[in-house]
Ligand binder design. Sequence first.
Ligand SMILES: C[S@@+](CC[C@H](N)C(=O)[O-])C[C@H]1O[C@@H](n2cnc3c(N)ncnc32)[C@H](O)[C@@H]1O
Length: 313
Amino acid sequence: MSLFSHQPVLLTEVVTSLQPKAHGRYLDGTLGGGGHASAILEASSPDGFLYGCDRDAEALAAAHDRLKPYGDRFKTRQCNFTEADRWIAPRSLDGVLLDLGVSSHQLDTPERGFSFQKDGPLDMRMDQNGTGPTAADLVNSLPADELADLFWKLGDERHSRKIARAIETERRNRPFTTTGQLAQFIERICPRRGAPTHPATRCFQALRIATNDELTSVQDGLERAFRLLIPGGRLAVISFQSLEDRIVKEFMRREARDYDFEGPEDHPDFRHPRHPRGKELVRKGLVASESELDTNPRARSARLRVLERLPEP
Ligand SMILES: C[S@@+](CC[C@H](N)C(=O)[O-])C[C@H]1O[C@@H](n2cnc3c(N)ncnc32)[C@H](O)[C@@H]1O
């Protein structure tokens, strides 16, 4: 296995938010290289326990290696964090961390097909043993209007229709198989013209999110993870783009409210009072300090939100 390189973001802020302690029990639902996980184990010495999962077998193996010094204080499993409640009892954890998205290792490994900067197979699956479609399957089979919606909704790509229509024509003769082929094709359709980012950036983000159905996992996973916490336990979530962050923010606001409402919109006439289930610890979330940004540019778009579970009345 190649050396796994990923620098954890907002590490101090995560540890400060989760306040790991001896006897505590934690879940890292996105182990990656195990950077946050080892900090949680360290801070909960001598006997804090950590469950860890990742969809990616390579990440899991790397994290397992890194956590070896902690002996039997951790247990890992290859799965989606939405499935954590199949092996962890409800109301049993003091803290959960979800550090969403992909690791630097995944982005920097051409064979994984996440990056338009290095040529590799157009794959993008976090779980390469899974049965889900690859990015190439989506690019080569979705009707142009669905592909355009995907680029627009998940990537905010303003040339979504133009790119999707061009892909539909091109793939009849030459299906897309590599990241380089797709990146160069998009650049031909939408030339760079001095822009700081590569013209394929947004389409690649959209394809990655769709290939891994990432927003559904976040939507589902938050709810399930929150149920694993004991009262006073904390859910910490780091997101890297606005679609994810909106889901996290809305979930936390909903749990912190003292009412439910009927219908699609919150209107005072349709509110039913209830006790809040959680308390938001930092309303706008935490972002990286200047000193972290100096050493880890990937932290630029990271936002950490934290919700504490409140006791039931
Ligand atoms: C940003 S990295 C995490 C890095 C990690 N915190 C560290 O310190 O090394 C995100 C990781 O989460 C995994 N991942 C993303 N979505 C997931 C999901 N729904 N279930 C499980 N793992 C997921 C990715 O495969 C990737 O390894």
